[in-house]
Design a protein around this ligand. Sequence first.
Ligand code: ATP
Ligand code: MG
Length: 424
Amino acid sequence: MNYKVPRGTQDILPGQSEKWQKVEEIIRQLCQVYRYQEIRTPIFEQTELFQRSVGDTTDIVQKEMYTFKDRGDRSLTLRPEGTAAVVRSYVEHKMFGQPDQPVKLSYIGPMFRYERQQAGRYRQFVQFGVEAIGSKDPAIDAEVIALAMDVYETAGLKNLKLVINSLGDADVRAAHRDALIKHFEPHIGDFCSDCQNRLEKNPLRILDCKVDRENPLMATAPALTDYLNEESAAYFEAVKKYLDVLGITYVVDPNLVRGLDYYNHTTFEIMSTATDLGAITTLCGGGRYNGLVEQIGGPESPGIGFAMSIERLLLALEAEGRSLDTDNALDMYIVAMDDQAKLKAVELASSFRAKGISTELDYASRKVKAQMKSADRLGAKWVIVLGESELEEQAANVKNMELGSQEKVPFHDLVNYLTKHKVK
Ligand code: ATP
Ligand code: MG
């Protein structure tokens, strides 16, 4: 039997995992300065939570969820996205009662969707996302967008495009919905069966269809922006003004609708314009979801958030030919010539590591030459060779592999010496 990773999943191996750590570090740091505190929710939730919040007519709920019965006959689902669980937790823990609103939360972790595998589309992928719940100040919309942009820019991406739109409020959606039905109904026979179902249930979703995206009726469909009432239009204008203040460039796309049911007012996507990225260009999606908290059983608490996958961020970096500054350097390799020397090597390694000096040694009883080769392959900055004479003198030659120089240092001074010279 040949075992393989399940379709749509991947192993992240050394060499690649350093990049993940670097991105996670950038994210942690930015969340700290923007003040989005981390929340960790379970990997699975009651199925109904997603049906109610993500929406019964969405692709996610209709065909992408990993749903199973547990031994107690409860229907559970591996989380396909993060917002539903965060909002559930906000309600369950009565965070709406906290004195400082909005509550600003961030999460990072695996999500699961049964999708057709392709580049940038996995069945298990890691999303980083934030939610600001409890405010409808347009400045928070701009802040959330700014944070997403900041993550990409800090990671080194240059070819970015921010697309924004407003879905308006419930009244706007209702008027637009009628117009959409009128627009598509006479020709609905030309559309895929999913779209035919969407016509009555949720015609807005037709605009998000991946099958019929080239149909000319898409481009001529009534635009939400033409249906915005005064309040929604003013809100959208305010968000744009804050983006201007932040120096964030954007494009308004009146046909930008997002794949989840709970959005209203501000929606946005960040795309990569790198040419090598292939079919997948959307890196991040987000928007406002006033009403979702109520739907999940809490009091009226307007919210906004976004989600991005780390996989697509890394793909975009690759497409732009950029590498992350990963820090995986080996400081010291200790070569031991015999068993006595090995004892000393183990002892010294421990004292180095205690001071944050990364240290490697041989665990395969190899000859000195092979150990030296290993040190070279691993890119060690320094090497010391321990043998009979070093033990006798209680001192070793510290070889600097970059400079090709060496210096004799007594054992008791090694930690000091290395710490002093570690500055990169
Ligand atoms: P798409 O239109 O590409 O299917 P979506 O609308 O389903 O995206 P969201 O649910 O808004 O995406 O998720 C937000 C982000 O999560 C996406 O912009 C993308 O970065 C990432 N993402 C979504 N699905 C996947 C997946 N299957 N594999 C990797 N990343 C994903
Ligand atoms: Mg999708």
